[in-house]
Ligand binder design. Structure first.
Ligand code: ATP
Length: 588
């Protein structure tokens, strides 16, 4: 019933000659036959995997598939057009006529052929193609619908390994089970068939009237491959027209441990420092977000800022008044370099006064789960970003910085610190230190021009913002080491610091790599690392990561010094030349 274009030889010799499908000597069928011949030589020798391949290629379904492929190829070349538009109708008419004809053997056979289901289906397919009537034929709508009957829709979803990606709730007044939210990127959203606000009537043929959401979830959990919903669609399906934005997680979130989350399975767990894309804020309490490191994953629920503020208020009201304790230096160590002095008790007081005048102190920090971030690309003419190295005492922060500067002194430099002590005979103002009076030093602190400071043996030491600017203004990259609690002070749009955490490797590796390394403690110079030093370093690193990990842009494990140096170099280059996530306030 299908014929080729004008002038084509329909059943002629030429057409049959060209046919690749029916002739096993042509096309893919021939290749397969030759391949099987080859393989049969190895088959008896039981060469690994050959039997499997042979059986596969020998299978009937593959042969049939190739035949179909051959036919399709052939017909594609011939560009066939339908003989007529209603072959089915013609066939019925012929069958009618045959009923009235004398009952010969041939007529009976023809009648049987025309009434065979596969032949009827073939004609039906032919007519569908001929008429290009590919849309499904829907039954006409009834003339009058009962007034109290709601229009329902039946939705069938084929489950894959992922969850459905929707949550349900019970309407407080009517008791109806409603779709509460549709998760972005989930099966339900991709189907485009269910929306938030749709009322569930049945799930898999079971009426949900009077059921609790948990009971409905139980029905859903029991369904295997497909789930069939009968729903009354919401009048106005919600349209998410909000723009997406990005946030950095300043704390860890574990949905399974959050009793307030509407559905723990739909929660998005995240760690400090993860960058999240918020894709939906239509629910005031629970946003939908996905991690930028996993952009194709289904979104998950995270608490909104509004919810956090509410929780925080509730928490405050339930707590007896307690003075702030978060300014206490939380990490003890055995610093021996300039960083040693920052550890002394006075530094706590100085920082306390500094912070008190700054961002609003720890109350703000406690309540901030997210920091809005955006991609920042430094322009070639912009100043370089400040590079901050952080790490537990003894891990190699100074060593790495020293090697970096030694490697390329015209590109990397540290800032010259300030001190209130007098210069020694061989020292020069502005080279080893800027020598200033105590009053000048303190005025720098109170005017927020000190990034870090501390007291050592009765003298103040610290690094000023201006000292950093001196390096940056020369077109160099300023590399500074800071105590983690000072990172916040340096986080300004002025300096746009890129923070690298230098982390010790595990104890056994450290014992090996630090076999010959020397340290300077409060009391000893050139002392070898003891096991307890390494242990303390490891613990200190863990505490730093737990408390300040949200500020680390990159982590380098300092096991092999050369490797760590190379990593540091490439990381700094990337930080300067490639787009990075930074707080939006730095660029807006
Ligand atoms: N990867 C490494 N392998 C071997 N030795 C190392 C490595 N990294 C650093 N060291 C050595 O460890 C010792 C301590 O390093 P460094 O002084 O840089 O530590 P730090 O983190 O700056 O601590 P502090 O500020 O307390 O001095 C130095 O002798 C240094 O050469």
């Amino acid at each position: 019933m299908i014929q080729s274009g004008p002038g084509a030889d329909l059943l002629g010799v030429e057409a049959r000659k060209r046919s690749t499908a029916n002739n096993p000597e042509n096309g893919l069928s021939r290749i397969l036959r030759l391949l099987l011949q080859e393989l049969s030589l190895f088959y008896s020798r039981d060469v690994g995997g050959v039997r499997l391949l042979y059986d596969l290629l020998h299978s009937q379904w593959l042969q049939a598939l190739l035949k179909v492929y051959g036919c399709l190829q052939e017909f594609r070349e011939k560009k066939p057009v339908p003989v007529m538009h209603c072959a089915q109708q013609l066939s019925w008419e012929v069958v009618e006529l045959l009923h009235e004809s004398p009952n010969s053997l041939e007529i009976r056979e023809l009648r049987q052929i025309l009434q065979a289901p596969h032949y009827k289906a073939l004609l039906s397919a032919h007519d569908t193609v001929a008429q290009e009537a590919f849309e499904p034929l829907l039954p006409p709508l009834p003339d009058s619908l009962p007034e109290n009957e709601e229009a329902t829709r039946t939705v069938c979803l084929v489950k894959n390994q992922q969850p459905l990606g929707a949550t349900i709730k019970r309407h407080e007044i009517t008791g109806d089970i409603l779709v509460a939210r549709v998760i972005h990127g989930g099966l339900v959203e991709r189907s485009g068939l269910l929306y938030a606000g749709d009322k569930l009537v049945e799930v898999n043929g079971v009426s949900v009237a009077g059921l609790e959401p948990e009971q409905v979830i139980h029905i859903l959990a029991k369904s295997c491959d497909t789930v069939v919903f009968k729903v009354v669609p919401a009048c106005d399906p919600p349209v998410n027209s909000q723009k997406t934005f990005h946030v950095r997680a300043m704390a860890e979130y574990r949905p399974r441990e959050d009793p307030a989350i509407p559905c723990a399975d739909a929660g998005l767990p995240f760690r400090k420092g993860d960058v999240l894309q918020v894709v939906d804020q239509s629910d005031a309490l629970w946003w939908q977000a996905r991690k930028v490191s996993d952009p194709h994953a289904c979104a998950g629920l995270i608490p909104s800022v509004h919810l956090l503020k509410r929780k925080q208020r509730e928490f405050w009201w339930s707590q007896p008044y307690r003075p702030h304790t978060c300014l206490k230096p939380s990490i003890s160590g055995f610093r021996r370099s300039l960083r040693l002095c920052r550890r002394k008790s006075h530094s706590g007081q100085l920082r306390a006064s500094l912070r008190g005048m700054g961002t609003g102190g720890c109350c703000m920090a406690v309540g901030t789960l997210y920091e809005e971030v955006a991609r920042y690309q430094r322009h070639a003419e912009d100043r370089h970003r400040l590079v901050v190295l952080v790490g537990p005492s003894g891990v190699g922060v100074n060593e790495l910085r020293r090697q970096l500067i030694e490697f390329n002194p015209s590109r990397f430099q540290s800032a010259v610190p300030h001190t209130t002590r007098s210069p020694k005979s061989y020292e020069m103002n502005g080279r080893e230190y800027h020598y200033v009076s105590k009053e000048t030093f303190e005025s720098l602190i109170y005017s927020h021009r000190m990034l870090e400071c501390g007291e050592y043996k009765g003298h103040l030491y610290g690094t000023s913002v201006d000292a950093v600017h001196t390096v940056l203004d020369e077109g160099k990259i300023c590399v500074l080491d800071l105590e983690p609690q000072d990172i916040q002070v340096a986080r300004t749009s002025e300096l746009k610091p890129y923070v690298i955490f230098i982390k010790p490797s595990n104890l056994s590796c450290m014992k090996q790599s630090r076999k010959n390394a020397k340290i300077i403690t409060d009391y000893f110079v050139d002392m070898k690392f003891q096991d307890e030093d390494l242990q303390e370093m490891e613990e200190s690193a863990q505490k730093m990561e737990a408390e300040f990990g949200q500020f680390f842009d990159h982590v380098i494990v300092n096991d092999n010094l050369q490797d760590a140096c190379a990593q540091l170099l490439s990381t700094i280059e990337r930080a300067q030349e490639e787009p990075q996530w930074v707080p939006v306030t730095w660029i807006s």
